[in-house]
Design a binder for this molecule. Structure first.
Ligand SMILES: NC(=O)c1ccc[n+]([C@@H]2O[C@H](COP(=O)([O-])OP(=O)(O)OC[C@H]3O[C@@H](n4cnc5c(N)ncnc54)[C@H](O)[C@@H]3O)[C@@H](O)[C@H]2O)c1
Length: 327
C-alpha cells in the first residue's frame, strides 16, 4: 500500500481525497495547509492527519507520494523539496509559472529516484480518450484544423485571490485554462505547439491578469489551431472542434463527443470507466512500478508552459513567436 500526503487543502484537494478514498493500492494519510483550519476541515471529512507545515508533515509521515495542490508560484519550491525528500510527486497543472522553473524541477527530479507526474486531467476523460482514438485512426481523413473555445466567469467571487495576481499565478485565463487547451491540442494530436500568434486583454475588475486570449497556434505536424477564451462571463462554453477532410469531431470534455458528417452531428458513446482523478492515480502508480516516466512527465508538461509563455510573448511583441521544446 502506497501512502499519499496532500500539500494544499484548497478547492481541488477534495477531488484528490475522494479519488484516493476509492483506491485500494494507495491511501491518503495526511494533508497540510498553511491555513491550518483548512487542513483540519479536510481531516474532519477524511481519515487524514492535519498539518500546517508541509515539510513537517513529510518528515513525520514519510509518504511515498505527495500531491501538490498549491498556488502556481509555489509549485517549483515545493516539488524540488519533495523530490529531494524522496517522495514521488503528483503536481497539479500548470507545472510552474515559467519554463525556467520547469527546468529546475526537471533537473532535480532527474537527480532523484522519484517519478513526477503533472496533473493534466484532460488525459483521463472518456470523451477525450475516444477522440484521440478517432483522430489516430484516420477514419475522418486528414486533420485540417482545430478550434478550441472556452468561456467561463473567471472573475467569480469563489476564485481565490492569488489567481488574479500574475506573480503568484503566472497569468490569467491563458495560463490556468489555456494550459488545458494546449495540453488537449498537443496530446490528442501527438504533437507540440511550435508557432504562436496571440492577443490577450486585461479588462477584468481585479488583479493584473489577462481575462481573455485569442490565439492562432500551429503544431509541429503542421495543423493550425485557434484558441479562444473569455473569462468575462456571458454564457459558458467548452468546445473543441476538429475539422478533417472527411468529417468533423466536436468535443466537450466531461459532457460529450460528436462526429459530424453529412450535415449533422451524431453522439459517440463514451463511458467513463472510473473518475478521471482515479485514472490519474492509476497512471502514476503504473509509472512508479514500471520505472517509466508517465505521459504527463516534467518534459511534456514543460511544453505546455512554454506554449503559454509564447502566447504572452506574442501579445507583448505583436509578432509570431516560435516555441522551442526539449523533446
Ligand atoms: N486539474 C484540474 O482540472 C484543476 C482544477 C482546479 C485547480 N487545479 C490546480 O490545482 C492547484 C490548486 O488550485 P486550487 O483551486 O485548489 O487553489 P486553492 O487556492 O483553493 O488551494 C490552494 C491551497 O494552498 C494553500 N497554501 C498556500 N500556500 C501554502 C503553503 N506554503 N503551504 C501549504 N499550503 C499552502 C492555500 O491556503 C490553499 O488552501 C493549482 O495548480 C490549480 O491550477 C487543477
Amino acid at each position: 500500500m502506497f501512502k499519499a500526503a496532500i500539500i494544499g487543502a484548497g478547492a481541488i484537494s477534495s477531488l484528490h481525497l475522494q479519488a484516493l478514498a476509492e483506491m485500494n493500492e494507495i491511501e491518503a494519510v495526511a494533508i497540510a495547509d498553511i491555513d491550518e483550519e483548512r487542513a483540519r476541515k479536510a481531516s474532519a471529512q477524511h481519515p487524514v492527519r492535519a498539518y500546517a507545515d508541509y515539510r513537517r508533515m513529510v518528515e513525520i509521515e514519510r509518504p511515498d507520494i505527495v500531491v501538490i495542490t498549491l498556488p502556481h508560484h509555489l509549485h517549483k519550491e515545493c516539488a524540488i523539496w519533495c523530490a529531494r525528500s524522496g517522495c514521488h510527486i503528483l503536481l497539479e497543472k500548470p507545472m510552474a509559472i515559467d519554463v525556467e522553473a520547469c527546468d529546475e524541477i526537471i533537473k532535480t527530479v532527474g537527480e532523484s529516484r522519484i517519478k513526477l507526474m503533472v496533473g493534466h486531467t484532460q488525459h483521463y476523460f472518456a470523451e477525450n480518450r475516444i477522440a484521440k482514438e478517432i483522430i489516430q485512426s484516420g477514419r475522418l481523413g486528414k486533420l485540417v484544423m482545430i478550434n478550441d473555445v472556452r468561456h467561463v466567469d473567471y472573475y467569480s467571487p469563489n476564485r481565490p485571490a492569488w489567481f488574479f495576481e500574475s506573480a503568484k499565478s503566472g497569468g490569467g485565463i491563458a495560463m490556468n485554462l489555456g494550459s488545458h487547451s494546449i495540453d488537449k491540442i498537443q496530446w490528442l494530436t501527438d504533437s507540440r505547439i511550435v508557432q504562436v500568434k496571440a492577443s490577450v486583454s486585461h479588462y477584468g475588475a481585479k488583479g493584473d491578469i489577462e481575462g481573455s486570449v485569442t490565439a492562432w497556434v500551429q503544431t509541429d505536424r503542421g495543423v493550425p489551431c485557434t484558441i479562444s477564451q473569455s473569462g468575462y462571463g456571458g454564457v459558458n462554453r467548452d468546445e473543441t472542434e476538429f475539422v478533417f477532410t472527411e468529417g468533423m469531431l466536436k468535443l466537450s470534455t466531461g459532457a460529450g463527443l460528436w462526429i459530424g458528417q453529412s450535415g449533422e452531428y451524431r453522439s459517440v458513446e463514451a463511458s467513463q470507466e472510473a473518475p478521471p482523478f482515479v485514472l490519474q492515480y492509476r497512471d502514476l502508480l503504473s509509472s512508479i512500478r514500471t520505472d517509466v516516466n508517465p505521459e504527463c512527465s516534467g518534459e511534456y508538461s514543460r511544453s505546455v508552459v512554454a506554449a503559454v509563455q509564447a502566447i504572452y510573448a506574442s501579445h507583448r511583441s505583436g509578432q509570431e513567436v516560435v516555441v522551442l521544446h526539449q523533446r
